[in-house]
Each structure stands twice: as structure tokens, then as C-alpha cells.
Design a protein around this ligand. Structure first.
Ligand SMILES: C[S@@+](CC[C@H](N)C(=O)[O-])C[C@H]1O[C@@H](n2cnc3c(N)ncnc32)[C@H](O)[C@@H]1O
Length: 431
């Protein structure tokens, strides 16, 4: 039986916020319970509630007299789903209200039908006038600890960063240059009327004007093209692998960057792709298979090379470190609520440990590319600055297209890309 979309959205956002589950773990299973356009609507409602959570909670607080607790929490989230629709979607208000009210039945709280109806009707009738003295957490829809960090890191741009996190992310394509040049693929897109908004001059990443179904992309099934943000597509060109190289990708899953490197250097001597999460390595294998590429895939802990390393030093290492993900909030709005302030310090300790232990696996003269999808200085340039001052065999290589001193910090939506950080480090021969 096809399920009620609003009820599913309430369940999903309840699981993320109250139970700490990730959207990526919750949403796909719920998507299988609806059909056609409702799949898109379910995604829109879940993402929307998570993007605007503090603001929706603020509105709800003024309308709910007695907080909905314990088993009634799903109804609390249903009310947020209702307010979101009235405030942010084109669904006519009367339909949004009646559909949301009817979701009380599948949520097994039909006795709260009148309550939900009353609250949503009151919201609908409410004068919408902007409030002046709202706290930043409500105004910008981010947790306060995070706003403070962004204000400290980017005193001049903090508001832009927070606003960019609220944007809907664009769809970027990576052309498999084993099959087509960028120009050839652009022609194929034109033939099927898919509009291109821009092409990144450094990587050749293609940004579409509008997201599209992957099955409409010429050659997708054949591995001629992949979906990957423009920022993530900088990794392969910056690492600049050559045919004779022995390469390590030490945090590889789901394999986007491993595959990109192999597409650009198909005759590479050896590519070892490791990740600590065995389950996530299945995705690496699937991506390699779709693209007809080969790598030595191992489940292993990058911070403990003594357990898996074969004593062959690497010419190039990609360290796409586990990080806060604060650069990709526009794609994963649940990150705002799942990450806690205390996580940042433990992540920075882990990054430091991996960097230190992996460095010894690099040949003198070799290159390591440190990458995160974070925008927090402690995971990025502060981490690299510390590493350079702790080790006398590290040379920081300038990244051509940036004037920044230590690495390249891309902020969310800068050149339409995700927030990423890159630092290119060379091991001195005298080390
Ligand atoms: C940012 S993701 C990598 C994305 C990947 N490079 C890509 O482009 O598709 C970070 C990865 O690090 C892995 N990871 C976390 N701790 C690790 C460790 N100690 N050793 C190896 N991998 C680890 C996580 O499982 C996760 O898959």
C-alpha cells in the first residue's frame, strides 16, 4: 500500500532530530513506500524541515499550548511539516492543511487531528511580519555553536556562508575522459536538451542549469559520466598522478575520487583504495565496476598502517579525511543537527593522527593531498599549519588558482561549489 507522504516526512525528521539518525540512513527506505511525484515531495519536505528547523520550531512554539512529548513527538514533527508547506511550498494552503491533518491517522494519533488542524489553521491566518529581534540561530537556521565558529573563522563572510548552506545544491557532472572529451560530452548533452550552466575551467566539471534524472544523461549506465560536485572534482587534477605512480587513497569510500584519478590515469602502476568501513567499500566496488576500472580495495584503518601496509612507499597519497562535513550542509542539512561542538575536537585529533601515520608511507619527493569537505579552520589550515611546523620534511605546494596562504579553502557556493579544503604537501628529499 502506498503510504502518506506527510506521515513519512514526520517520521523521518523525528528519527533524525530525536533519535540522531542520518537522513542518508532514513530517507531511502521511506522513499520505497511512495510512488512517482511523491518521492520528490517526500524529499522536499524532509530537507525543508531540516533546513528551516529553528524557524519552524519558533513558529510552532507560539501555537502549541502544551508541548507534544514522548509518543506524540511524531505529531510535533508533523506540525513542522505542515508549517513548512504553508510557508515555503507552492502547495495551496488548504491542501497542505488537509493532507497534513489526515496524516495523523497513519501515525496512529487520530485523536490529535483537531489539534493539528487548529494549529495549522491558526498559522495560516497569522499575520506574517518579519520579527526584528530574532536570535541568529532562528534567523539563520543553524545551531549557535556553529554560528560562533563561522563568525570567528570568517568575520566578513559569516552571513554569506550560513545563507549558502540554505541553498539547494546544483547538479555537477564528471565526464569520463576515457570515453569523451569535455567538448564531445557537451554536444551530447545539447542533443538531449540538457542545459549547461557553467564549466569549471580547471577541472572541466560541468554544472547543469537544472538537476535531472541520471538515466537521462547520455551514457550514464555505460560509465561515461558520473555525478560529483565541482569542488570534489579538483582532487584528481591537484594530485596529478602519473603512469608510473604507486598511489594510495586512504579514505576512499564511496570511491568518487579514486575513480576520477583512474579515469584520468588509466595506466597507473597501482591504486590502493582503503576505508575503515567495510560496508561502504561495497560502493567503491560498484563504482569501479560501473566505470570498468580496477583498484586494490582493502578494509583498513588509515591511522594504523602497521596492520595492513605492504612496505611499498607511495608516490602519491590522497587523504580525504573524515571530517565534520560542514562544507556540504546544503546537500546534507541533517549535518547541522547531528554534529555537536565536541565532535570537532575529536575529528581534528583523528585527522592529525592519520596525517602523521600516513606521511611515513610517502616516498621522499612524493606528494600528499589533504582534503576535507569542512569549512572549519581547525580541520583545515590550522591542522596543516601545525603539521608543517611539527615536521621538517614537509613542503607546502602552492595551489595555482588561489591566493590563499595555507591550502585552498572553498566556501559553500563559491563558484557554485561545495565547501572544501585542499592542501598539497610534498615530502622533502632530505627528510
Ligand atoms: C570524506 S569520506 C571519503 C570520500 C571519498 N574519498 C570519495 O571521494 O568518494 C571519508 C571516509 O573516511 C573513512 N574513514 C574514517 N576513518 C577512517 C580511518 N581511520 N581509516 C580509513 N578510513 C576512514 C570513512 O569511512 C569515509 O568513508
Amino acid at each position: 500500500m502506498v503510504a502518506n507522504v506527510r506521515a513519512l516526512a514526520a517520521k523521518c525528521t523525528y528519527a533524525v532530530i530525536d533519535k540522531g539518525r542520518s537522513l542518508a540512513d532514513e530517507l531511502p527506505a521511506l522513499q520505497t513506500k511512495v510512488e512517482g511525484k511523491d518521492k520528490g515531495l517526500l524529499q522536499e519536505l524532509c530537507y525543508g524541515v531540516l533546513r528551516y528547523l529553528p524557524e519552524l520550531e519558533h513558529e510552532a512554539r507560539q501555537l502549541i499550548q502544551k508541548p507534544l512529548v514522548a509518543k506524540q513527538r511524531a505529531i510535533h514533527f508533523l506540525i513542522l511539516v505542515g508549517i513548512y508547506q504553508i510557508k515555503y511550498t507552492r502547495i495551496p494552503d488548504h491542501a497542505a492543511v488537509s493532507e497534513t491533518v489526515s496524516a495523523t491517522k497513519p501515525l496512529k494519533h487520530q485523536h490529535l487531528k483537531a489539534l493539528v488542524n487548529g494549529i495549522l489553521r491558526n498559522f495560516q491566518r497569522k499575520e506574517v511580519s518579519p520579527e526584528d529581534n530574532l536570535a541568529d540561530a532562528i534567523k539563520f537556521n543553524h545551531p549557535s555553536w556553529f554560528i560562533k565558529k563561522i563568525q570567528a573563522g570568517y568575520p566578513e563572510h559569516w552571513q554569506d556562508v550560513l545563507l549558502a548552506n540554505q541553498e539547494r545544491p546544483p547538479m555537477w557532472l564528471r565526464v569520463n575522459q576515457q570515453h569523451h572529451t569535455i567538448d564531445q560530452y557537451l554536444k551530447l548533452l545539447e542533443e538531449v536538451n540538457i542545459d549547461v550552466d557553467l564549466i569549471d575551467e580547471f577541472s572541466g566539471a560541468i554544472k547543469l542549469t537544472q538537476a535531472t534524472d541520471v538515466n537521462k544523461l547520455p551514457g550514464f549506465e555505460l560509465g561515461h559520466v558520473s555525478i560529483q560536485d565541482g569542488a570534489a572534482q579538483q582532487a584528481a587534477r591537484l594530485l596529478d598522478c602519473q603512469e608510473d605512480d604507486n598511489v594510495l587513497d586512504c579514505c576512499a569510500a564511496p570511491g568518487g575520487k579514486t575513480c576520477h584519478i583512474l579515469e584520468l590515469t588509466p595506466k597507473i602502476k597501482a591504486m590502493t583504495a582503503i576505508d575503515i568501513e567495510e560496508k561502504r567499500l561495497v560502493r567503491v566496488q560498484e563504482n569501479l565496476a560501473r566505470l570498468n576500472l580496477k583498484a586494490n580495495v582493502i578494509a583498513a584503518d588509515a591511522s594504523k598502517p602497521e596492520l595492513w601496509w605492504d612496505n611499498q612507499q607511495y608516490d602519491r597519497i590522497l587523504l580525504d579525511a573524515p571530517c565534520s562535513g560542514t562544507g556540504v550542509i546544503r546537500r546534507h542539512p541533517d549535518i547541522k543537527w547531528l554534529r555537536k561542538a565536541t565532535d570537532i575536537n575529536s575529528l581534528s585529533v583523528l585527522q592529525k593522527q592519520i596525517l602523521k601515520n600516513i606521511w611515513s608511507l610517502l616516498k621522499p619527493g612524493g606528494t600528499l593531498l589533504y582534503v576535507t569537505c569542512s569549512i572549519l579552520p581547525e580541520e583545515n589550515y590550522e591542522q596543516i599549519q601545525q603539521f608543517i611546523s611539527d615536521n621538517n620534511d614537509v613542503e607546502l605546494i602552492d595551489i595555482d588558482n588561489t591566493q590563499q596562504k595555507i591550502g585552498w579553502q572553498i566556501l559553500p557556493n563559491e563558484q557554485s561549489m561545495d565547501g572544501f579544503y585542499y592542501a598539497k604537501l610534498k615530502k622533502k628529499n632530505n627528510g
